[in-house]
Design a protein around this ligand. Sequence first.
Ligand code: ADP
Ligand code: MG
Length: 401
Amino acid sequence: MPIRMQCVYRRGIVVDPMPSTRDLNPFRFSGPLAPENMIDRDPESEELLALADGGHSFRLVGPRRYGKTTLLRRVLEAAEQEQVATVLVDLQDVLSIGEIVVRIERGYDRLKGPIRRNVDNLLRSWNIGLALGGGGFTATLQRNPSVDAESVLLRLLEMPAALFEKDGTVSLIAFDEIQDVLAVPGADGKIRSVIQHHGEAATYAFAGSAPGVMQQLFADPKRPLLEQAVPKNLAPLPLDEVGEYVAARFEKSGREVGSAMTPMLEFTRGHPQRSMMLAHYLWQRTPRGSSADEGTWVGALDQAAADSAPVMRAIWRSLTANERRVARALAVTSTPLYSEETAVAVGIKRASIGRALESLLNNADVIHEDKRPRITDPIFELWLQARGLTPESGDDGFDEQ
Ligand SMILES: Nc1ncnc2c1ncn2[C@@H]1O[C@H](COP(=O)(O)OP(=O)(O)O)[C@@H](O)[C@H]1O
Ligand SMILES: [Mg+2]
């Protein structure tokens, strides 16, 4: 596949042109970031591009908000420069085959130029209710809810083969949050049955946040999605890169990060979204022409914790009783995880610790840091620590599940 090995956005901090009259917060912490606003991920981008270049499909696994979509978009943009048809399919929360069709159609809708025209023409010639722009398949479903979405899906999945046949165009198709197809019975099998045969025509990228489900989708011999997809785990960001980026953006906007930098890096420990979020709050509390300090940091962290509390509570509620106990043990206790002391402190049977830990790891609520399990999200860890070992009233869920 002729994607030239090249990284369009080279290392180095490319700061947005910042309007000098308006003071805009330069740290964005929701949704995927534009490649020029990213911290690092240069080695990852190059590696993934090299895989795609060699025609190797890959799967990218990393906790929620670790920058998977951001990285995929960068890899796709670089491939696009090489006239590859690049399609990013967001599968988050899909519930039906019809919805999967709509998501893929939307992925093609972002294409531009001659490739887009080819896709548009093909869709029109198929005459099965698919179209770029306009209502597309959503409108078709509304007009005719009993349309055979399965056969439309199978046809749409053949687009890379059709493009290749037409004029040799190759495709790079990224399925983001792929684990969510498991909520749609039979969908993973349908996708697999088509894409396995795309050899020269297409390379596939799969991204997902739950290592356990990704393992199941890709390695389970009963339902291998694409056996040869090379696995890649997304790590936290390097702290020096985060530090440089934050300092540069403070400076560019007439501020200094000052002594707030060290506690911020220590707390966020390379978690991409949390680094950006805390930098955002810190910046907000630092007037132009001044420097942040430890006091500013404490204020920023308090605000971040308060703003996130409802989400933290929802995460807590989504855990089983034993997962909560182990999460609490990891965040609060300093005794060895598998010791009797820890078990007693959080009210779990020692024999149950391993399984609960495994399921936390399977959902990436916990990751390994220097070979030790640790709560992935520093804000959640802080929330657990603030509550200590004694459940508050209304804490619910300390019964065995
Ligand atoms: N390389 C990066 N540099 C800076 N911030 C990042 C980076 N990757 C992710 N982020 C931060 O995390 C947020 C979520 O990124 P996203 O790509 O949507 O994550 P995911 O797809 O893994 O859930 C972004 O809005 C941004 O604040
Ligand atoms: Mg994402």
